[in-house]
Design a binder for this molecule. Structure first.
Ligand SMILES: NC(=O)C1=CN([C@@H]2O[C@H](COP(=O)(O)OP(=O)(O)OC[C@H]3O[C@@H](n4cnc5c(N)ncnc54)[C@H](O)[C@@H]3O)[C@@H](O)[C@H]2O)C=CC1
Ligand SMILES: O=C(O)C(=O)CO
Length: 385
């Protein structure tokens, strides 16, 4: 196996923890080295590591690995990690569709993720894409830079007004709910959402905000929980996708579902690329020039389906929804603490929706793993803190 380049922190540490990528901030490194970990960070320049690259990083002895959503964590890697004496893996991401959790269970490896710390940052990017698509910001920017602006015109880059329109959210979990609140409070949009579960806190927020507006003599905002995704698609003016990616959400948006949407609707995706059948989307964008889309994620990432890049009615950004400094440093911290907690035999934090104590830099983090998705399957104890 060819050697792979690494940077080492605290070479004499007892536990060997590997990070497949350099991650923002230094707190995560400090938290590990202070607890007797030797931290090895892969410094290879290529963006996506192969399974063979990661096998080389795991080597003969490794206690835990912090990995990335671009990596294929299945039976090959989890069995190698187990053979190397490891018991802990954490994605530096909240989504873990790149991880075969059954394989991890089989080898007794804890799988961590990083919920919460990226909720607002990701929702803000979805809101940015919604606005960029509605007001044609990217097209207008390109027009200016091309020197084409020769004076104000009544028809120049006319887009959509959001106020009073309906925002549709598919997957009203942490990020979907945060996005909905931004669009409702910011632009006084009405809400329609579809989720397998009732978003009670979100409903209460919209009701209370509607009452506040009414008391101030303004049109109140409203909410509706749709009984099918189709209802959201046909009623909403702006639709944002925020479900997890699994078998039930693969190609949730396809030729048939696109046909249900309004001709001038806006579709935003900051969840996972395969939630949309991207080839069908390209055809829909070509046939419906007033339909607009804002995409952070792509079906064959890092590639775009042929034809997408040429569509003026598409705003595309490279999977940057969680890319704020605070969030990325926090994700690194949570991922490191997931691995550390398992190595040290700490319990698992009882509420992965309440991870703030791990992010407070003024005090040491709780002695727990912030979020282990297979804690129950592995029978790991839950923190009483
Ligand atoms: N673009 C990016 O950089 C980022 C993308 N993400 C993606 O966003 C996803 C959601 O993250 P969170 O909101 O923190 O997760 P969450 O678990 O709080 O929310 C997911 C929601 O999707 C719902 N859901 C599941 N299956 C569904 C279905 N078939 N139809 C409708 N709703 C369904 C769940 O009930 C849940 O409410 C992550 O799994 C990840 O893939 C997350 C962060 C950043
Ligand atoms: O956390 C995730 O799931 C991402 O996509 C990157 O933030």
């Amino acid at each position: 196996m060819k050697p792979i380049s690494i940077e080492v922190w605290n070479p004499s540490g007892k536990y060997r923890v590997v990070s497949t990528k350099s991650m923002p901030g230094s707190r995560w490194i400090r938290l590990l080295t202070e607890q007797d970990c030797r931290v090895e960070i892969c410094t290879e320049t290529k963006t996506i590591l192969s399974v063979d690259d990661i096998l080389a990083l795991i080597g003969d002895r490794c206690d835990g690995v912090i990995g990335q959503l671009t990596e294929d964590w299945g039976d090959v890697l989890f069995s190698a990690l187990r053979r190397a004496g490891g018991t802990a893996f954490s994605n530096m991401a909240v989504g873990y569709n790149n991880v075969d959790v059954d394989a991890a269970n089989k080898h007794g490896i804890a799988v961590g993720n990083t919920p919460g710390v990226l909720t607002e940052t990701t929702a803000e990017l979805a809101a940015s894409l919604s606005l960029s698509a509605a007001r044609r910001i990217v097209e207008a920017d390109q027009f200016m830079r091309a020197g084409l602006y020769d004076g104000w015109l009544p028809h120049l880059f006319v887009g959509n007004l959001l106020k009073g329109q309906t925002v549709g959210v598919i997957g009203a979990g942490r990020i979907g709910s945060a996005y909905a609140r931004m669009m409702i409070e910011g632009f006084k949009m009405n809400l329609i959402y579809y989720d397998l579960y009732q978003a009670t806190r979100l409903e209460k927020f919209v009701t209370a905000y509607g009452e506040f507006l009414k008391a101030n003599g303004e049109q109140p905002v409203t909410w509706k929980r749709a009984s099918s995704m189709q209802e959201v698609l046909s009623e909403a003016d702006v639709i944002s996708l925020h479900p997890i990616l699994d078998k039930t959400t693969y190609h949730l948006i396809n030729k048939d579902s696109l046909a249900l949407m309004k001709k001038e609707a806006i579709l935003v995706n900051a969840s996972r690329g395969p939630v949309i059948d991207e080839a069908a989307l390209v055809e829909h964008l070509k046939a419906n020039p007033m339909f607009r889309v804002g995409l952070d994620v792509f079906e064959d990432e890092p590639l775009m389906k042929p034809g997408l890049a040429e569509q003026k009615n598409a705003v595309v950004v490279p999977h940057i929804a969680s890319a704020s400094k605070w969030t990325r440093e926090g994700m690194a911290t949570l991922a490191a603490l997931n691995v550390l907690g398992k190595i040290k035999g700490y319990p698992v934090w009882s509420d992965p929706n309440r991870i703030e104590p791990f992010l407070d830099e003024s005090s040491p983090p709780p002695a727990a793993s912030p979020s282990i998705v297979n804690a129950k399957q592995l029978g790991l104890p839950s923190s009483k803190l």
